[in-house]
Design a binder for this molecule. Structure first.
Ligand code: ATP
Ligand code: MG
Length: 392
């Protein structure tokens, strides 16, 4: 019965020129999301509104689910579209619509008519009164409340007439592409895919970097990261995933530096390499899944030591979250099941039994002097041999 959707989006802070950019990006992202599912969808912008009109067969649930992954959408209203055959017929249509959509008992309602087609013989006030009267006659349990109605009946008179009422919540946020691009350090864990989702929700396009250490980490661990990137891409749009072979650097650090500092030093080289790709591909920031105190490498001192090598901003959207809160989001966005698959990521193999929890930057830098001989060349090799995979 629904042949269109009216898309509601937040309007705060999107005045003037930004409004167009926001709407155009939203239209583009909706098209992108609907391209992947069966059906012929026509997404268009009209008088400050976005509509998805549908021709022929489509799957309602699947379409709503796809729209619920488009950041910037606040609400999705399923629309019944009818021909304009005069007000009596329209009254019948509205009554049919209400009895299909609601289980009507004792409720309050209000009709809100919008006359986009100015040649229509009755104005919106007259239509509200007429349709309100028809609804009162048809449903004895209903009464009018113009201030806080339980049921809002929207009628838009266009070339065809659009009737809608319920609003299905969207994900909120801002359309991807309205806020530049960032480089996500994506591992196979629970946290980093969630971090990517959070940043993307604010309209930021994503690329990603993954460090793997064959043969210490398996092909399946790499595949798991690709799978996670694929799930994140359902929200963020296509991701260029840089897969860096980190084995030699890791072994070199293992060989030359105190083992309790290994994770911190490794992290610092990960940041440097990720930053290299960020700059090369015009990302304006790095994104990690770190949260204060979660593990030894995420104490305030460790975060400071990791951060110290970066020259662009590092965003850590999960910084104040408890693990359970992160797990809840990963379940909601669909990454959890993949994240908990048991393949090693490269850090777990080289972790020390008692890593430093309060690294001193000067001490770390002193240890890194042991790497001076070969590290630049090794970083260069790692960068040159990086494989870039387009994940969509
Ligand atoms: P996650 O669940 O995201 O793996 P974690 O709790 O396991 O996080 P760490 O292993 O300490 O935490 O990693 C902290 C952050 O560093 C990750 O969220 C991620 O952004 C980045 N990171 C860690 N390992 C890798 C890797 N192999 N490749 C890319 N980024 C990584
Ligand atoms: Mg991890």
């Amino acid at each position: 019965m629904f042949k269109a959707f009216l898309i509601k989006y937040g309007e705060i802070g999107i005045k003037g020129k930004n409004r167009h950019l926001f709407e155009d990006a939203l239209v583009r992202q909706i098209r992108f999301a609907l391209e992947k599912i069966e059906g012929s969808f026509y997404v268009h912008k009209e008088q400050g509104r976005i509509y998805v009109d549908i021709d022929g067969f489509y799957d309602f649930e699947e379409t709503v689910a796809a729209l619920q992954r488009v950041f910037g959408i606040v609400g999705i209203c399923p629309v019944m579209k009818v021909e304009d055959k005069g007000k009596e017929e329209l009254g019948n249509d509205v009554i049919e619509f209400l009895s299909n959509v609601y289980d009507i008992r004792e409720q309050t309602f209000k009709v809100d008519t919008r006359r986009a087609k100015k040649t229509y013989p009755l104005d919106s006030m007259e239509m509200n009164a007429y349709l309100g009267g028809r609804i009162l006659d048809a449903f004895p349990g209903l009464s009018v409340d113009v201030h806080r109605p339980e049921i809002m009946v929207h009628v838009e008179i266009r070339e065809k007439i659009y009737i809608y009422s319920k609003i299905i919540p969207g994900p909120g946020g801002m359309p991807v592409g309205t806020n530049g691009k960032a480089m996500l350090l994506l591992s196979g864990g629970i946290d980093s895919p969630v971090a990517g989702y959070m940043i993307s929700k604010r309209g930021v396009k994503l690329d990603a970097t993954y460090f793997h250490a064959p043969p210490y980490t398996s092909e399946r661990a790499k595949q798991k990261v690709i799978d996670l990137a694929k799930i994140v891409a359902r929200y963020s749009g296509p991701i260029n995933l840089h897969v860096v072979n980190f084995t030699d650097i890791q072994l070199y650090i293992y060989d030359k530096c105190p083992h309790d500092e290994l994770t911190i030093i490794m992290r610092r080289y990960m940041m440097k390499i990720a930053e290299h790709f960020a700059k090369e591909t015009k990302s304006l920031a790095l994104v990690t899944g770190e949260s204060i105190g979660q593990v030894a490498s995420q104490t305030m001192q460790s975060l400071a030591a990791t951060n110290e090598v970066c020259t662009i901003p590092v965003f850590r959207p999960l910084i104040g979250f408890d693990k359970q809160e992160i797990v809840d989001i990963s379940e909601k966005i669909g990454t959890y099941e993949t994240s908990i698959l048991p393949f090693e990521d490269c850090c777990t193999i080289f972790v020390a039994k008692h890593p430093v929890t309060k690294p001193n930057i000067n001490v770390i830098k002193y240890s890194e002097r042991n790497l001076e001989e070969k590290i630049d060349e090794m970083m260069q090799t790692a960068i040159e041999t990086t494989e870039t995979i387009l994940v969509e």
